[in-house]
Ligand binder design. Structure first.
Ligand code: NAD
Length: 260
């Protein structure tokens, strides 16, 4: 379905980003991976997922909090892959603290990585998408792009921001063959959430399994985690012909979290 297209997934060495990259590879897309930590393992996994289609997989280690490094990442995608057809803005971090104690450097980092990086990749990807009269922008927001929780002010601000940004990009590109949508997951069991579970278990002096149960019970009525694979399948739908007139939407995949 995506043979001949190139997808860039930011923050794809782990968690949701890697899950989305694997599904897009299975659809035949070439992949540009990004993120910290080991890149060789994820690269091999994605290459294997797209083996039947003979896909090409590259990696660029840009720090998504740094606009100059994002420019280098986009230049790499242009020179080695002919540009980005599917842009998945996924890189993100979390920090939990009351607003009056929130470390200023953490606030700045969350806004830079979870919000501003999507502005930079999008502004650099749109001209190429316009030339090809086809493009898909998929922003990984959160249930926290639609509703808030206490002690996550920077994250909630960034995620509400990216939902708004998605709508503006959708309107600006509405007649150009480009769509822009946000995906708003509830809890997904990735390293980002495992840390919150472990912190909760330590804080409350309870077993990790109990902390996991409590975390789900508090917000997610299905009492089940969404999987990276499920989010990848939604991204693939947004890239499909069926998704061609779906733009400017925030897709909650949250087991009922935001229905409450
Ligand atoms: P994760 O920690 O497993 O993965 C985050 C990825 O981003 C990693 O590849 C990491 O290396 C990369 N990254 C972090 N800082 C970076 C930087 N400065 N530059 C480049 N890459 C960087 O987390 P995840 O849960 O897979 O989160 C992915 C996205 O999904 C985030 O935007 C997060 O806010 C969002 N999200 C997660 C959940 C959840 O429950 N896990 C729910 C809603 C939204």
């Amino acid at each position: 379905m995506l043979k001949g297209k190139t997808a860039l997934v930011t923050g794809s060495t782990s968690g949701i980003g890697l899950g989305i990259a694997l599904v897009l590879a299975r659809q035949g897309a070439n992949l540009v991976l990004n993120g910290f930590g080991d890149a060789e393992g994820p690269k091999a996994e994605v290459l294997a997922a797209g083996k039947a289609h003979g896909i090409k997989v590259g990696y660029h280690g840009a720090d998504m909090s740094k606009p100059a490094e994002i420019e280098a990442l986009m230049a790499y995608a242009a020179s080695d892959f002919g540009g980005v057809d599917v842009l998945v803005n996924n890189a993100g971090i979390q920090h939990v603290a009351p607003v009056e104690d929130f470390p200023v450097a953490r606030w700045d980092a969350i806004i830079a990585i979870n919000l501003s990086s999507a502005f930079h990749t999008t502004r650099l990807a749109i001209p190429g998408m316009r030339r090809k009269a086809w493009g898909r922008v998929v922003n990984i927001a959160s249930a926290h792009g639609l509703v808030a929780s206490a002690n996550k002010s920077a994250y909630v601000a960034a995620k509400h921001g990216i939902v708004g940004f998605t709508k503006s990009v959708a309107l600006e590109t509405a007649t150009s063959g480009i769509t822009a949508n946000a995906i708003c997951p509830g809890w997904v069991l990735t390293p980002l959430v495992q840390k919150q579970i472990d912190d909760r278990a330590a804080r409350e002096g309870i077993p990790v399994a109990q902390a996991e149960k409590d975390l789900l019970g508090e917000k997610q009525p299905s009492l089940r985690f969404t999987t990276p694979e499920q989010l990848g399948e939604l991204a693939a739908f947004l890239c499909s012909a069926a998704g061609g007139n779906v733009t400017g939407q925030a897709w909650a995949v949250d087991g009922g979290w935001t229905a409450q």
